[in-house]
Ligand binder design. Structure first.
Ligand code: C5P
Length: 217
């Protein structure tokens, strides 16, 4: 069996990494895993169970996640986003989710020849041997604007300043934690999407990936 080609796309919230990872995977015919959905699923289940962020409870939930938990309806809420970055700082939660992510990368579902994983620590911890690593960033202002628009589009009535403050706090939790903090891998290619349209960002990401894995037919 030939080896799976792995592309790691990391970066802070709302930098555009999910959109880029999904589009790259579709174009390459690879499988896509939004690794943030795993942490969000743990948070959503804890909230549904009425449990606080106790490490033991969070670990048990992480160990027993099922496929349908990753597509639950409320994964994109601000409450889930906030709690997901709290449980993501717990080493026992990260450890419980690691094997699934590595298996997805090594044996992409559907027999696909490769996988694109997006998150915070894909290039540094989950798949340090990924053939291509992108670190996608954007200014806090641009990211807060996008998240605000996304929440509006979902029918919520977000306060712009609160969205920005919450994003800044989440960035800090993700970057300052001891376990797999958010940071670019030494061999990652940096892409700042602050002033790029989705099309321009995708074309830049595509050039970067092809530069690393070679042209695909
Ligand atoms: O990417 P998304 O915003 O959905 O991720 C939600 C949270 O999950 C992040 O704020 C981060 O704390 C955590 N996460 C992580 N490692 C990953 C992906 C997400 O710690 N690989």
């Amino acid at each position: 069996m030939s080896r799976s080609i792995v592309i790691a796309v990391d970066g802070p919230a709302a930098a555009g990494k999910g959109t880029l990872a999904k589009a790259l995977a579709a174009r390459l015919g690879f499988a896509h895993l939004d690794t943030g959905s795993l942490y969000r699923a743990v948070a959503a289940k804890l909230l549904a169970l009425g449990q606080g962020p106790e490490a033991d409870d969070a670990r048990l939930v992480a160990e027993s996640l099922a496929a349908e938990d990753l597509t639950a309806r409320d994964l994109r809420s601000e409450a889930v986003a906030k709690l997901s970055s709290v449980v993501a700082a717990m080493p026992e939660v990260r450890a419980a989710l690691l094997a699934y992510q590595r298996r997805f990368a090594a044996q992409p579902p559907g027999g696909k020849p490769g996988a694109v994983l997006d998150g915070r620590d894909v290039g540094t911890v989950v798949c340090p041997d990924a053939q291509a690593k992108l670190y996608v960033t954007a200014s806090l202002a641009a990211r807060a604007r996008r998240r605000h628009a996304e929440l509006l589009a979902r029918g919520e009535r977000p306060d712009a300043e609160a969205v920005r403050a919450e994003m800044e706090a989440r960035d800090r939790r993700d970057s300052d934690r001891a376990a797999a903090p958010l940071k670019p891998a030494a061999d990652a290619l940096l892409l700042d999407t602050s002033d790029l349209s989705i099309e321009a960002a995708l074309s830049a990401a595509w050039e970067m990936v092809v530069g690393r894995i070679g042209p695909r037919s």
